[in-house]
Design a protein around this ligand. Structure first.
Ligand SMILES: C[S@@+](CC[C@H](N)C(=O)[O-])C[C@H]1O[C@@H](n2cnc3c(N)ncnc32)[C@H](O)[C@@H]1O
Length: 247
């Protein structure tokens, strides 16, 4: 990710519709499997600037976060994240079987992850038997746009590719769904428009302030949460999977 994007992400995490809506979706998926009892040992792989690990995830247990970027970790410190490590997904510095849940939100698609398979193997290793992976990634390689250049995307995923990756790493695939489906048509128009117009900004979509539309966009994305948790959605801008390590 370009260094200037960490500050943009840090600010967006507090109130931007995309983060708020994705939190609703993630909570819905977690709540079907866990009581928010605070007992899980959680690892947030690629924790970024730390809002998830210090925010809603902390309600489910003791969260440890790691990220490749020292810049990201400095932002996490501003959120007073207590357990932080500078590390890569391809070499996770924890003993095997230590965590009940590993979350990874929009990490494995980045150029900082040269190959996603060793990363998944490492996540599998640090999970306890019966532990779960909750992973979210951007969908469809053909949807690449200016945002992907700013965050240095290496690859985007279809649900089938993510399923193959999760199963191929030894997990039982418990849940597979797209997300951010209702706003898909708008995003598609935006990405196509970008392709045919000269670029004025090199920054990610998060740099755009939606102003009065923020609440509306958040409400639309959050509408998907109960549907995603119960069944799933057939297409969208993100793809989400839950995998379980066998007992
Ligand atoms: C788009 S951000 C997402 C951050 C956070 N998970 C979130 O949901 O806001 C991607 C993060 O992955 C981190 N990253 C990239 N390659 C990594 C790697 N090999 N190991 C650990 N973190 C990595 C980046 O530094 C960045 O913080």
């Amino acid at each position: 990710m370009k260094p200037e994007e960490y500050g943009i992400m840090f600010r967006a995490e507090d109130g931007h519709w995309w983060y708020a809506g994705m939190e609703a979706i993630t909570r819905a998926l977690l709540d079907r499997r866990y009581q928010p009892s605070g007992k899980l040992r959680i690892l947030d792989a690629g924790c970024g600037t730390g809002a998830a690990m210090t925010g809603f995830l902390a309600g489910y247990g003791l969260v440890t976060g790691f990220d490749l970027s020292p810049v990201a970790l400095r932002f996490c410190q501003q959120r007073e994240a207590p357990r932080l490590v500078n590390a890569s997904t391809v070499d996770i510095p924890f003993a095997s079987g230590q965590f009940d849940l590993v979350t990874s939100f929009d990490v494995l698609y980045e150029q900082g992850v040269p190959d996603d398979r060793p990363a998944l193997a490492e996540i599998y290793r640090v999970l306890a038997p019966g532990g779960r992976l909750l992973i979210r990634l951007p969908a469809y390689d053909w949807l690449r746009g200016r945002h992907d250049r700013a965050v240095q995307t290496a690859r985007r995923y279809t649900a089938r590719q993510l399923a193959r990756l999760v199963r191929g790493s030894g997990f039982t695939l418990e849940h597979l769904t797209y997300a951010n489906t209702l706003l898909f048509p708008l995003a598609l128009i935006k990405r196509l428009f970008e392709r045919f117009t000269p670029q004025r900004s090199q920054r990610s979509d998060l740099a755009w302030d939606p102003g009065v539309f923020n609440r509306l966009l958040q409400a639309i994305l959050s509408l998907e949460a109960p549907i995603i948790a119960r069944t799933g959605l057939p297409f969208g801008l993100s793809v989400v999977a839950v995998g379980r390590k066998n007992e």
